[in-house]
Design a binder for this molecule. Structure first.
Ligand SMILES: [Zn+2]
Length: 284
């Protein structure tokens, strides 16, 4: 704006004074000064218009920048909020009907899966399958194969008794258990449809589905070594009240090595419910 002030000073004050003085001198000189004044005024007008335009444009840029800055701040704030909440409170996120906490899919009595959920990215395609031991998430299956091979090298024989189970199959199984044992008892050992980890493709049952599995060489080795392959004993002993299920030494859930090691807790298993401060109870 400095230039604008100088021009205003020259053409608004100085030149009119010179023009006034020139009216007392020679007509030719007076004419020259007059022409300079007119030309200068025209130039000054254009210059002022240009300055005005630039000023308006700058204002537009500033105006358009302001909401952007606000948006960025809002994003930053919300990101901070999410990360803070996740670290301190482990925020649960519902994505397409699936519940995640810190990126881990959660399925228990409180958090179900959608009825029509079929896992993708599985070793064998789970579409249209009801019962499929190898329709497991690829990482889950490959980690299992590593564990199986290492166990075999020690003379231990591991196999997957039950892997992926569909919502429909779980419905049939659960209804059979209810008609045999009653709802209260059935709920202690069988998940209601939509609440089974077997529908995720991230869980499987090993060898024999009996308590005696824990006392076999395989069962003992799995209990102490599964975490090294990213697996957790999902329903440990004495955690029935927390997980909502009785002890299942055969049921493993894949969570990856990092979390599995934390939950293994040097042999004193911590459940997902304890670690993430979650409930596992049916709403009715
Ligand atoms: Zn199971």
């Amino acid at each position: 704006m400095k230039v604008f002030n100088i021009l205003l000073y020259i053409f608004g004050i100085t030149l009119p004074i010179i023009l006034l003085i020139s009216s007392f001198i020679k007509p030719t000189i007076r004419k020259i000064i007059k022409n300079i004044f007119i030309a200068g005024t025209i130039f000054a007008c254009f210059y002022i218009l240009k300055l005005g335009g630039d000023h308006l444009m700058n204002k537009d840029i500033i105006d358009s920048k302001e909401p952007e800055e606000i948006t960025t701040n809002e994003i930053k704030t919300s990101e901070e909020k999410v990360s803070t909440t996740t670290m301190d409170e482990h925020k649960i996120i519902n994505k397409d009907g699936l519940y995640y906490i810190d990126g881990y899919l959660i399925v228990n009595k409180t958090y179900p899966l959608p009825d029509d959920y079929v896992p993708t990215n599985t070793y064998k395609d789970a579409t249209g399958q009801d019962y499929c031991p190898t329709c497991l998430d690829i990482d889950t299956y490959e980690s299992y194969k590593l564990m199986e091979a290492d166990a075999e090298a020690l003379g231990l024989n591991l196999w997957i008794q039950s892997g992926y189970r569909s919502y429909n199959l779980q419905t049939r199984l659960y209804n059979d258990y209810v008609s045999r044992d009653g709802k209260t008892l059935a709920d202690t050992y069988s998940a209601r449809p939509g609440h089974s980890e077997h529908q995720t493709g991230l869980a499987f049952d090993l060898n024999t589905i009996t308590d005696s599995f824990a006392y076999t060489d395989e069962g003992k080795w799995v209990d102490m070594n599964a975490y090294k392959y990213g697996f957790i004993l999902r329903y440990p002993k004495s955690k029935e009240e927390i997980t909502g299920y009785k002890y299942e030494p055969w049921h493993l859930r894949y969570v990856g090595k990092e979390l599995a090691e934390k939950l293994y807790n040097n042999g004193d298993w911590i459940t997902l419910e304890e670690y993430f401060n979650l409930t596992s109870t049916y709403s009715d």
